[in-house]
Design a protein around this ligand. Structure first.
Ligand code: DP6
Length: 356
C-alpha cells in the first residue's frame, strides 16, 4: 500500500467510545535516524511486550459550533502538558488520513500498567493505543474495513505519533522499514513476522530500572542528530545487514548468534549517541556493571541470556522462558543492587494490542 491508500475521505458525524490497550516493544535491530514525516533511515525489528502497556479511552462526539479545542486529555487522572502537545501534533498529522477527526471533539483518558517511578517512557504504547482508538472512529463510519486493513492503518497512524509505536499493534515480532529480506515490509507501517522459531514465542524480557530520570535527550532530537553524525551512513548499512542476518537467526532459533547481534545493536545505538554533536552518554555506571555481570553469568552458566538497551540507562534482559527461575535468582542475588530502589519488571513477548 502507498500513502494515498490510507486516506479515508468520509466526514460522517458519529458519537461513541473506544478503548484500546497496546503494549510497549523492545527493538532487536534499532531504529535511530529518520527523515520526512516519520520515515526510518533503516529498517528495525522488535519483540512486542505484554505487561508494559497503555490503556487509552476516547469518547467522541461531533464538535459544537464555535468550539475551538478539539480534545481534552487526562493521564492517570491529571493533565500532562507535555503529552498534550504531542497529542495535538499527532491529531494534526492524522487529520488528512481521517478527515472526520476535524469535525469531532475527543475526551481522551489514558493510563499505563507500569509505575511512573520506573522511568519507562513509552511513546510506543501510548501512541499505538491512541491510533487504535482513532481507527475505531473510522471503523464506525466504515464497518466493512477488513481486520488486516484496520491493523495496517492503525500501525501507519501510530508511526506518525512515534516511529517505534508502529511496531506495537501486533506481535510477537514486528519489522518496520524497507528491507529486501522481509516480504511485505514497509516504510509506512509495521508488519508482523510470520516465520520464526518457537523459542521466541515466549521469550522473556526482565527490565532492570537503573535510572528514572527524564531522558537527557529525547528520541526525536536523537534521530535528528543522526543527520550530522559522521558515522551515520555506516550505521544504516550495518542495520540493514543486521536485519537480513537476524531474519535467519529468528527462523532457526540460533541463540548464540541472536545474542551477538542483539548486544551489538544495543551498543551501536549508544555509540551513535556518543558520537553525535552534541554527544550523549545515556548509560550509567550501573548499566555497565550489569552488562559485565550478565556477560560473566553467561560464560559461567552457558545460559543464553543477553542484554539490550533503549535510548536510556535501563537494561532489558532477554532470554528463553525455560530459564526464568534461574535468571530470577540471578537478578535478585546479583543485579538488584544496581537497580534504582531495587526495581525491575518481568515482562515477556506478546501478541500486541487489544480492544477493551
Ligand atoms: C532507541 O520511536 O521513540 O527506542 O519516532 O521520534 O517518536 P520517535 O522516536 P522513537 O524512537 C525509538 C528509538 C529506540 C529504538 C527503537 O525502538 O527501534
Amino acid at each position: 500500500m502507498i500513502e494515498k491508500d490510507f486516506v479515508f475521505k468520509s466526514v460522517e458525524l458519529v458519537n461513541g467510545v473506544s478503548t484500546w490497550e497496546s503494549p510497549s516493544n523492545i527493538a532487536l535491530i534499532k531504529y535511530w535516524g529518520k527523515y520526512d514525516e516519520q520515515l526510518p533511515k533503516n529498517p528495525s525489528v522488535s519483540f512486542t511486550l505484554s505487561k508494559c502497556k497503555t490503556i487509552t479511552k476516547i469518547k467522541y462526539r461531533p464538535k459544537r459550533e464555535n468550539e475551538t479545542d478539539n480534545f481534552s486529555f487526562l493521564f492517570e487522572g491529571s493533565s500532562k502538558p507535555s503529552f498534550h502537545v504531542k497529542i495535538d501534533k499527532f491529531i494534526n498529522r492524522i487529520e488528512k488520513y481521517i478527515p472526520a477527526i476535524k469535525h469531532h471533539f475527543f475526551e481522551i483518558k489514558s493510563h499505563n500498567t507500569f509505575p511512573h517511578s520506573s522511568g519507562i517512557a513509552s511513546s510506543a504504547s501510548a501512541m499505538s493505543s491512541l491510533a487504535l482508538c482513532f481507527m475505531e472512529i473510522e471503523r464506525q463510519i466504515n464497518p466493512k474495513i477488513s481486520e488486516i486493513d484496520f491493523l495496517k492503518k492503525s500501525s501507519f497512524l501510530a508511526r506518525l505519533g512515534s516511529g517505534s509505536a508502529s511496531r506495537s499493534i501486533e506481535g510477537p515480532l514486528v519489522s518496520w522499514g524497507d528491507s529486501e529480506s522481509y516480504d511485505n515490509s514497509s516504510l509506512l507501517y509495521g508488519t508482523s513476522l510470520k516465520n520464526f522459531a518457537p523459542v521466541f514465542e515466549s521469550y522473556q524480557d526482565t527490565i532492570l530500572i537503573i535510572d528514572k530520570n527524564k531522558k537527557k535527550v529525547s528520541s526525536s532530537l536523537g534521530h535528528q542528530l543522526m543527520k550530522f553524525n559522521p558515522y551515520a551512513e555506516n550505521r544504516f548499512i550495518q542495520a540493514n545487514k543486521n536485519m537480513s542476518t537476524i531474519k535467519n537467526i529468528l527462523l532457526k532459533g540460533n541463540l548464540d548468534n541472536f545474542i551477538k547481534i542483539v548486544e551489538l545493536e544495543a551498543l551501536s545505538l549508544h555509540a551513535m549517541m556518543m558520537t553525535s554533536s552534541p554527544s550523549f552518554i545515556l548509560m550509567q555506571p550501573n548499566t555497565l556493571s550489569v552488562i559485565n555481570k550478565v556477560k560473566e553469568f553467561r560464560k559461567q552458566t552457558s545460559i543464553p541470556i543477553c542484554f539490550t538497551l533503549d535510548a536510556g540507562a535501563n537494561i532489558h534482559l532477554l532470554y528463553p522462558q525455560q530459564y526464568f527461575k534461574k535468571i530470577q535468582h540471578f537478578v535478585i542475588k546479583k543485579l538488584l543492587k544496581y537497580c534504582l530502589s531495587k526495581q525491575f519488571i518481568n515482562d515477556h513477548v506478546g501478541i500486541g494490542s487489544k480492544k477493551i
